[in-house]
Design a protein around this ligand. Structure first.
Ligand SMILES: [Zn+2]
Length: 678
């Protein structure tokens, strides 16, 4: 059953089935017809089912590895019957195969485990519950994974393969040490080990894709690492599509999905995003996500051009839970109705934010996360990009706080600016990787002196300290300070002491505190107040580029000072006065504009759900708070023919002025799509 021809399916399930050997009667209550019929009623059209789980057990009638079949599997054809019953109802069934976590193998072949630099096995210690021991893909284990995959492909009708836990693992086992030596690397050097681990993983994925293709030309192939970041680029040919594992209540939080998706959608493959029906995370049996939360998560996926996947886990007895699929069905029936406005849709964006994961290795990198929140809260339309992206399609590029510039990036960014591109950069962005000098000259700043270090040897600029030791101030003024009182506003994190170059205009200066907070001199509970003494430039403009000396994006991610956001949004207004979308709604409204070129229309998604920290561990969405009469203005690419709410079809009056179309959306009940026809 092909899925790539028409793109990925919109209503998917991932059906976990990691089942202990200590449980008997496994799949004894499985009824294939009941199973597929419940899925069909919930409007599910793809479900990932298990060949092999993290416990290491198989759920099909293996002839090659009968000892690995779950010892209490009452129905040896569980997977086969799941696939056949689903196929009769035109439901796709990608097959799940665990890779680096396999309890059965880890216990029997400790010599195949990843070894840490201090000589221990990586993962769950022997006397703790859990199957999180990491197997090394340079050990003979690699062949075992291939043999099992071959048997699955040869004996079952496979629509797709989902290889789980395919993650970069630095390893000091003898296979890896030999491999590094053969390549002239130094196994004792951490950077070499990491480089070798990345190379190992890329080779594994590419080799596996070729291997799978020798059995099946069409099945989908995905390798899961729980995240999609810039590291994926080298192995992109091994994937048919991308899946974003991102359960907001499962440790990823509500920021991970929009951040990752806005990046993943620029990589050229169709995307699917995971959430769960669980209250928290995977393995949370007998729990339910609030309906409003599941709606928000699925509709947010549609708005950002992802297809939906909801994670579930089948009870060991094999009986599918009807109440769970009533919950899923209540959302998937709505997804099905919204699909015609999401098929083939591409984001309409005029800005891009650099993904600083490329520089700090963090999956939710604070500078990018801060920028994402600011732009999302203002209704701006943007992608997240890396140094290898094509910048020419964006009018404004944001380099938040940490974007180090090498030869290649310097040239690319200078060409972008020379061609009329506009840019906002902040703090360390534009410097060389060693933070010694600005390489990106068009920013119009240079370091006044080498960056100051405090007594501990750390850079004072950008350093987070409990008492805001190096805090400084800026006086909001002019166009940049619009909406803020013309007085000092604290910058908790110190900026870079810069000087403006010729031809650059200082928009705002830094005001120094009386002194830094140290053991010798301090004032009150926190940072020392403003001394009124003007210090170095805080915000500098040169042509189409505005530079902020303070790490305003990291700061916004840390504690959300509204003035940091207002300053940045005002800078955006100066550089890009005519953005794709503006709205009159609250900052909790999420707005996304998509184009369906085949239908000659734009679809504006408006989402209003508010995750609230109601308990210690997770953000909760329980209620839908409706919004009424929200004015939306879009920069229309051509004359507008009609505007209506969809799927309901209710027409909306609109006005056109100066290349923009403006209309009032009468009600946003959680999620509302508006179709703009040209
Ligand atoms: Zn190894």
């Amino acid at each position: 059953m092909d899925q790539t021809e028409q793109g990925l399916r919109f209503r998917q399930i991932h059906l976990d089935f990691h089942t202990s050997e200590a449980i008997t009667g496994v799949a004894a209550k499985f009824d294939a017809e009941e199973f597929a019929s419940v899925l069909e009623q919930a409007r599910v059209n793809s479900i990932t089912c298990f060949a092999r789980c993290h416990h290491g057990w198989l759920y099909y009638d293996s002839k090659k590895f009968p000892e690995r079949i779950h010892p209490h599997l009452a129905n040896r054809n569980l997977l086969k019957e799941q696939i056949e019953a689903c196929h009769r109802r035109k439901i796709r069934v990608p097959v799940y195969i665990t890779v680096q976590w396999d309890h059965y193998t880890a216990v029997r072949h400790p010599e195949w485990l990843v070894v840490t630099a201090d000589g221990r096995f990586s993962g769950t210690p022997p006397f703790e519950p859990g199957f999180y021991r990491n197997l090394c893909l340079n050990s003979p284990y690699r062949e075992l994974v291939k043999e099992i995959t071959a048997e699955v492909l040869e004996t079952l009708p496979v629509d797709g393969l989902f290889f789980d836990i395919v993650i970069v693992r630095e390893c000091a086992c003898r296979h890896c040490i030999d491999g590094m030596k053969r390549q002239g690397m130094d196994p004792a050097n951490r950077e070499d080990r990491l480089r070798y681990a990345v190379q190992t993983l890329n080779q594994f994925k590419l080799e596996m894709a070729e291997f799978v293709r020798s059995f099946n030309r069409n099945c989908s192939i995905f390798y899961n690492a729980g995240h999609i970041g810039p590291l994926i680029r080298e192995s992109m040919p091994a994937y048919t599509h991308l899946e974003l594992e991102s359960l907001p209540s499962g440790g990823w939080g509500y920021l991970h999905f929009p951040l990752t998706m806005r990046y993943a959608r620029t990589l050229g493959l169709d995307c699917l995003s995971h959430t769960g029906r669980f209250h928290t995370s995977w393995g949370d049996f007998h729990s339910f996500k609030n309906t409003a939360a599941l709606e928000f998560e699925c509709f947010h996926m549609l708005a950002l051009n992802a297809k939906c996947l909801i994670g579930d886990q089948l009870h060991p007895d094999g009986e599918i839970s009807r109440p769970v699929y009533e919950l899923i069905g209540s959302v998937y029936r709505q997804v099905e109705q919204k699909e015609p406005w999401c098929r083939g849709a591409k984001a309409v964006t005029d800005m891009a934010v650099f993904n600083t994961e490329e520089f700090d290795g963090k999956q939710v990198s604070p500078p990018t996360a801060g920028a994402l929140r600011m732009l999302q809260e203002a209704g701006h339309q943007f992608d997240i990009v890396d140094s290898r992206s094509d910048f020419s399609q964006y009018k404004l590029l944001i380099l938040p706080d940490l974007v180090a510039v090498d030869d290649q990036l310097e040239q690319k960014l200078e060409e972008y600016l020379a061609a009329g591109g506009r840019m906002i950069a902040s703090a360390f962005s534009g410097l060389d990787a060693g933070k010694s000098e600005f390489r990106l000259k068009p920013l119009g700043v240079r370091l006044r002196q080498p960056l100051r270090r405090d007594s501990g040897g750390d850079l004072a600029a950008g350093r987070l300290a409990e008492g805001n030791d190096h805090a400084e101030y800026i006086v909001a003024k002019g166009a940049l300070g619009k909406g803020l009182p013309e007085t000092e506003h604290v910058m908790y994190l110190k900026g870079l002491e810069v000087a403006a170059a010729d031809g650059a205009e200082v928009l705002i200066d830094t005001v120094a505190s009386y002194f830094d907070r140290t053991w010798e001199h301090f004032c009150s509970h926190r940072h020392t107040p403003s001394s009124g003494r003007i210090d170095y430039p805080a915000v500098v403009r040169r042509g189409g580029a505005i530079y902020f000396a303070h790490p305003v994006f990291t700061q916004y991610h840390i504690n959300g000072p509204r003035w940091c956001k207002i300053l940045v949004l005002n800078a955006i207004d100066l550089l890009l006065p005519d953005p794709v979308l503006r709205h009159s709604g609250p900052s909790s409204l999420v707005a996304a504009v998509n184009e369906q070129a085949h239908a000659g229309r734009w679809v504006v998604h408006l989402l209003h759900y508010i995750p609230e920290r109601r308990c210690r561990e997770i953000d909760v969405v329980e209620d839908v708070i409706s919004l009424y009469d929200v004015t939306v203005s879009i920069r229309a690419p051509q004359k507008v023919a009609s505007v209506r709410c969809v799927p309901s079809g209710e027409p909306i009056r609109f006005q056109e002025r100066d290349g923009r179309a403006e209309f009032v959306v009468p009600k946003i009940d959680g999620h509302q799509m508006v179709e703009v026809n040209f």
